[in-house]
Write a protein that binds this ligand. Structure first.
Ligand code: AMP
Length: 218
């Protein structure tokens, strides 16, 4: 299956993507994680992306599209993939269509995770992310780890993402409305969008997501 996950920052895309990818036996491709890995390795690509990410803006398409395309060409994607954070604007959505068309492939579904805006800011301001696996996230109030600063799942170090400060979250939300939301209409016109609420327990949201996606598998 080939799936795109969309939703505002704080909708739980990373967490849901990890579970869904595992359930569907397809790789989870997160452009945010790819950028963060490049930044921590100090690569030129990471250096190009860093300032944009810090301020909550999109990394330019010339940098992002090549990186996403390289990842989608790895052999583990032969049975599909779950894209988390790509495409993030109309240009990227059009290029993704061109890439898939050139291989005679198409998307099966676009899962749209809905969450109210006040909830987004609350969720992100207290979010702590594991350095070892970014799908392991905690919240200082709503789901604190057993030991402060340590991931319950793998023992990795928990940190606050540089772009999770309140000001940057507001900027990321603005960018989501102006640049990313239009792709939902683009995909609606192709009959691909399934929308679910991202509120509730993680396992419940995963179950709703699976129920919404599976009918699109054919
Ligand atoms: P995420 O981990 O998906 O929240 O992404 C974190 C940041 O990485 C975003 O705020 C952007 O600065 C950058 N980023 C991730 N994916 C993309 C993309 N498809 N296009 C442009 N910038 C991106």
């Amino acid at each position: 299956m080939r799936i795109v996950l969309v939703g505002p920052p704080g909708a739980g895309k990373g967490t849901q993507a990890a579970y869904l990818a595992e359930n569907l036996s397809i790789p989870h491709i997160s452009t945010g994680d790819l950028f963060r890995a490049n930044i921590s390795q100090g690569t030129p690509l990471g250096q190009q992306a860093q300032e944009y990410m810090k301020s909550g803006r999109l990394v330019p398409d010339e940098v992002t599209i090549g990186m996403a395309q390289d990842r989608m060409e790895q052999p583990d994607t032969s049975d599909g993939f779950l894209l988390d954070g790509f495409p993030r604007n109309l240009r990227q959505a059009e290029v993704l269509d061109e890439i898939l068309q050139s291989k005679g492939q198409k998307l099966n579904a676009v899962l749209d995770l809905e969450v109210p805006e006040e909830e987004v800011v609350k969720r992100i301001a207290g979010r702590r992310t594991c350095r070892t696996d970014s799908s392991h996230t905690f919240h200082v109030i709503y789901s604190p780890p057993k030991a402060e600063g340590v991931c319950d799942t793998c023992g990795g170090e928990l940190y606050q993402r540089e772009d999770d400060s309140e000001d940057t979250v507001r900027k990321r939300l603005e960018v989501y409305h102006s640049d990313t939301e239009p792709i939902v209409d683009y995909y609606k016109a192709q009959g691909l969008v399934v929308t679910i609420s991202a509120l509730g327990k993680v396992a419940e949201v995963t179950r709703k997501a699976m129920d919404a996606i599976l009918p699109k598998a054919a």
